[in-house]
Design a protein around this ligand. Structure first.
Ligand code: AMP
Ligand code: ZN
Ligand code: FE
Ligand code: FE
Length: 285
């Protein structure tokens, strides 16, 4: 069984439509793929409808969150929520708020790049994002199309990362509120890439323990942004805290070099995830 529990479509900042993504997942030899767009369930139905025989689709969302320390320090982090009820009003309202902030913030970043002479426009970025959740990869794509950088990864290192002057913060949900919202919607929260240091600061093991105590059920262990030492550490934490340790590619189509199935979830871990009570079931045979 080949199981990839974290991917993005054109409903957020991936480049495959949901239909293309499930077909690509089957072609890549996956048995199970989760659709986890940023702050949106908009890709689910098209993915279910296009699902090739033999592939199981797991409905998920990657929730934009922030941890605020007692000293005021803010760390942005991503929480995956699987099998949440898409009709839950409280969580949909929060995701709608986050998507609106993504647009305002995307426009602010574009304005700041334009003010320094970069030849892109908000119309272009908006078109690239279409009706999906706007993200920095869309701005990166516009910069590639304008010939400013060779690829989206370079756009991040030179202009878009949280360490660069063009970075603007978006609204995020407090991570403990997000865990509660996911649980109250019948979903299963899993911490995405908990120690992806090259993206920016990460939270301490104590914060991860507090998230577990608040109802989180797992953490990503195998992820392209975790080096071998990070994976060993995450696996140890999962054991210690009684969390599921998952593996995922975080595939974004051509917006990132990572292939579908680049990291996988152990079938036994997947079975334990499915055994937990949740509002939805995976869509498959
Ligand atoms: P945003 O949601 O707008 O803050 O943008 C974050 C998204 O950009 C994440 O989902 C990442 O997948 C993607 N991202 C972050 N760092 C990089 C990078 N160095 N190269 C390509 N994509 C990245
Ligand atoms: Zn993304
Ligand atoms: Fe993420
Ligand atoms: Fe992601």
């Amino acid at each position: 069984m080949r199981i990839d529990l974290h991917t993005h479509t054109t409903a957020s900042d991936g480049t495959d439509t949901p239909g293309d993504l499930v077909r690509a997942a089957a072609a890549a030899g996956l048995d199970v793929v989760a659709i986890t767009d940023h702050d949106s369930t908009a890709g689910w139905d098209a993915a279910f409808a296009a699902r090739p025989a033999g592939l199981t689709v797991v409905p998920g969302v990657e929730f934009s969150c922030v941890h605020q320390a007692a000293d005021g320090r803010r760390t942005s982090l991503h929480l995956l929520g699987y099998f949440a009820d898409p009709d839950n009003v409280a969580i949909q309202d929060e995701w709608a708020r986050l998507r609106a902030s993504r647009r305002t913030r995307g426009k602010a970043m574009v304005d700041s790049l334009v003010a320094d002479g970069y030849p892109i426009t908000w119309e272009q970025v908006s078109l690239l994002a279409a009706s999906g959740s706007v993200g920095r990869p869309h701005i990166g794509r516009a910069l590639v199309d304008a010939g400013v950088v060779p690829d989206v990864s370079t756009a991040f290192t030179e202009l878009l990362s949280s360490r660069q002057k063009y970075y603007v913060r978006k609204a995020d949900a407090d991570v403990f509120d997000a865990i509660r919202l996911v649980r109250e919607a019948g979903g299963l929260p899993v911490f995405a890439h908990p120690i992806a240091r090259r993206r920016g600061p990460v939270v301490s093991d104590e914060v991860i323990a507090a998230m577990a105590a608040a109802g989180m059920v797992g953490i990503e262990v195998d992820h392209p942004d975790h080096d071998p030492a990070d994976r060993a550490h995450a696996a140890g934490l999962a054991r210690e805290l009684g969390l599921l340790g998952t593996g995922s590619s975080d595939y974004h189509g051509t917006n990132k070099p990572t292939e579908l199935g680049a990291c996988l979830t152990d079938p036994e871990v997947y079975e334990r995830l499915l055994a937990l009570p949740a509002a939805l079931k995976p869509v498959g045979e």
